[in-house]
Design a binder for this molecule. Structure first.
Ligand SMILES: C[S@@+](CC[C@H](N)C(=O)[O-])C[C@H]1O[C@@H](n2cnc3c(N)ncnc32)[C@H](O)[C@@H]1O
Length: 325
């Protein structure tokens, strides 16, 4: 997928990546054309990250500038999923409310619906902030991000059977021998627990608490960064996060866009899931390194360096020209 009349940074079978401010790049998309925007913006952190986070007080208005255009570009049954980390207020062990103000603003002012609130629990997250958690031991470690699923209408396209999770051991025993294991009866809540519960649907309905560890040590992306000698993106999310929402909210052939693409985890998952994708990122070095995600072990260090430097220099690179298939 490519945007007409605008220069891409790199392209693959299914998608292309563009360097620039998303507020401008988004204007090149037709209205009502995107099935899913999946993204993780820079958070409103107290400690500034290297890619320029906004201060908390101006954050919601800033993010709303993007969301207003996203709303226009989204199909009526499309979704906009935003991963936002929590933050503390400056100098005190008191939480900022910024990530809760975002859904209120988006729904009250822009017209989105909050289809569901998700929580990404990362068990491998390191304790922070150091002052309140590690040193003074007065707060627990913060290991959950809010992931807001917005929709343009009340009934966005969604199929939870595409993201079933493995059954628990207890459920597996029940499925193996429902009569022995289970006596159908009414619960105090009035719910009738009948034999229908013993039907094998291929997996359990997932909850809105997504437990995904952030461990990535062996990927083609990290390999490319090491080989070319460039820094890895400091705030990547794990592939399992976009994978869940891409499978849940889109079908093969649909269009997925990440407007704060960073190392383009979303594009890589969309490609693997046979969706069309677009990635927008304002830092050329991040975008150039993200091309490593679409290369393989067969690519030589020289090829990786060439691709990286061409993209940084503003050239358009068709990665299919480097294909080893
Ligand atoms: C939290 S990171 C995204 C990381 C990404 N999810 C990944 O897995 O690599 C946010 C990114 O948004 C980019 N960004 C910030 N403002 C932008 C803008 N106006 N237009 C496009 N990208 C922007 C930053 O450079 C940064 O790389």
């Amino acid at each position: 997928m490519r945007l007409p009349n605008i220069k891409f940074a790199y392209s693959t079978h299914k998608g292309s990546a563009y360097c620039g401010d998303s507020r401008e790049l988004l204007q090149n998309l037709p209205d009502n054309s995107v099935n899913l925007f999946f993204t993780s913006p820079p958070f409103a952190l107290q400690r500034q990250k290297e890619y320029g986070n906004k201060e908390q007080h101006e954050y919601v208005d800033w993010l709303a500038e993007f969301a207003t255009i996203v709303y226009q570009k989204l199909q009526d049954d499309g979704s906009f999923v935003v991963d936002l980390g929590g933050a503390y207020q400056k100098g005190v062990p008191v939480r900022s409310l910024y990530n809760y103000r975002v859904p209120i603003h988006f729904c009250d002012r822009i017209g989105f619906f909050l289809a569901e609130d998700f929580y990404w629990y990362n068990p491998s997250k390191l304790p922070s902030p150091i002052e309140w958690v590690n040193k003074r031991k007065m707060r627990a470690k913060d290991a959950v991000n809010t992931v807001w699923w917005f929709s343009k209408t009340e009934f966005p396209k969604a199929d939870v059977t595409k993201v079933l999770t493995p059954y628990s051991d207890r459920m597996k025993k029940l499925l193996a021998d429902p009569n022995k294991f289970y006596t159908p009866k009414s619960r105090p809540s009035g719910h009738d627990i009948g034999k229908a519960f013993a039907k094998d649907n291929g997996g359990a309905i997932p909850s809105n608490l997504l437990q995904i560890s952030h461990t990535e040590s062996n990927s083609q992306y990290l390999h490319g960064c090491r080989v070319v000698g460039v820094k890895q993106h400091p705030a990547r999310f794990p592939a399992k996060l976009p994978e869940f929402f891409i499978r849940f909210l889109t079908e093969p052939g649909d269009t997925v866009v990440d407007i704060f693409a960073g190392s383009n985890t979303t594009g890589q998952v969309a490609e693997a899931e046979n969706r069309q994708w677009l990635a927008f990122e304002q830092q050329p070095e991040y975008l150039a390194a993200s091309a490593f995600r679409f290369l393989s072990k067969q690519h030589t260090p020289l090829e990786m360096e060439e691709i990286y430097h061409l993209i940084c220099a503003g050239e358009s690179v068709n990665l299919l020209a480097y294909s080893k298939e």
